[in-house]
Ligand binder design. Structure first.
Ligand code: SF4
Length: 186
């Protein structure tokens, strides 16, 4: 069965629309929460899809308060197309990762900051890049391209055991916070 990941502004009606964990013949495997309330609503749905919570200043306290986290919970550091958004939303990644319950998968944070292996992000086709006629909408395509591809390593990453597979940090995270957090693993 084809698989589906959702990133919606509202998930109202999702629980009623799911049939055996599927929507319109596609198995729902992942839903990106918008905020804490959305994460709680998604986790309350009796299904097995993962609930991905964006790591931000407004979600971090709730994430850290999860004494017995749901096995469906995933944390993801978002990428932003404006540095101002990094300044507004980003937490101290290293401190957050050290305090997070150890079994919770974390995406988009390098191993040197996370302190363990990050969970690889699934490859998805972003349908939001398409116009109703199926052709690419160039501005949404450009936004997705910047979010997914603009990464950089620090020069010192060359000596890291993860250098061949790690992408480093998103460029706007580096513009906002510098390279200092990247510390090569021996
Ligand atoms: S390659 Fe760089 S960013 Fe990635 S884990 Fe190593 S030091 Fe950290």
């Amino acid at each position: 069965m084809p698989e589906l990941a959702l990133e919606l502004a509202s998930y109202a009606g999702l629980a009623a629309a799911l049939v055996d964990g599927a929507l319109d013949g596609r198995r729902l495997v992942r839903a990106l929460a918008t905020d804490v309330a959305s994460a709680e609503d998604l986790l309350a749905i009796a299904a097995d899809f993962e609930v991905v919570v964006p790591l931000r200043r407004d979600t971090a306290p709730w994430l850290l308060a999860q004494a017995a986290p749901s096995p469906r919970l995933v944390v993801r550091q978002p990428n932003y197309d404006r540095v101002s958004a990094n300044h507004r939303h980003d937490v101290d990644l290293r401190a957050f990762c050290a305090a997070l319950a150890p079994g919770v998968p974390v995406e988009n944070v390098p191993a040197c900051i996370l302190g363990r292996a990050p969970r690889p992000e699934p490859t998805t086709a972003d349908a939001a890049m398409l116009r109703p006629d199926g052709r690419l909408e160039i501005f949404r395509f450009a936004r997705r391209f910047v979010a997914d591809h603009f990464y950089a390593q620090a020069l010192r990453c060359r000596g890291c055991r993860e250098a061949a597979t790690c992408r480093g940090l998103h460029v706007n995270a580096i513009r906002a916070h510098g390279f200092a957090a990247m510390t090569p693993l021996s």
